[in-house]
Design a binder for this molecule. Structure first.
Ligand code: PNS
Length: 161
């Protein structure tokens, strides 16, 4: 069985992430969406909340599951006996950061390969950080995150201020 790990901060999951998950689920037997800690990013939702939001939106995708992990991605992959990392690429601006991470992960474990999936054009401008900012200042986040989680993102953003 070919398992792919789709790691990220997902704070919160966006429609761009969901699109990558759905497309990956058509290519791999199993996709594990893995919520990890990115030490460079300040969080809005805690890790368990992020997992719950993702679970809410992947309901009908039978071969997708969600987990979280506190540690190195390659260690999680070893535990799962998985070799493939999926990452979404939006623009050239993502490339340097993603390239560096892919090389680092491959250095830490040469069995691990990163597969990049180009974002759909309609989501190429979309990021969790821009969603957080729009929500914080009371803007409309319809179409940016899945409908099922809009209210949770808006209310969390209000209390976070
Ligand atoms: O959605 P993000 O924030 O771009 O995802 C980055 C993430 C969480 C995948 C990355 O920070 C990560 O892998 N964190 C876990 C620690 C790790 O394994 N780091 C090694 C790569 S430098």
């Amino acid at each position: 069985m070919k398992t792919a790990i789709y790691p990220g901060s997902f704070d919160p999951i966006t429609n761009g992430h969901l699109d990558v998950i759905k497309r990956s689920a058509k290519v791999f037997d199993e996709v594990i969406v893995l919520v990890l800690v990115n030490p460079n990013k300040k969080g809005l939702f805690d890790i368990d909340e992020r997992v719950k939001l993702i679970e809410k939106v992947i309901g009908s995708l039978k071969n997708v599951k969600v987990q979280s992990y506190k540690g190195l991605l390659v260690n999680f992959m070893r535990e799962q006996k998985a070799r493939v990392i999926i990452k979404g690429l939006r623009a050239i601006s993502d490339f340097e950061y993603e390239f560096q991470m892919a090389l680092m992960n491959n250095k830490l474990d040469p069995n691990v390969e990163t597969f990049f999936m180009m974002t759909r054009a309609e989501y190429s401008y979309l990021s969790s950080s821009s969603v957080r900012q729009v929500a914080e200042f009371g803007g409309c986040i319809e179409g940016l995150v899945p409908d099922e989680i809009i209210n949770e993102v808006l209310s969390k953003s209000k209390t976070f201020k």
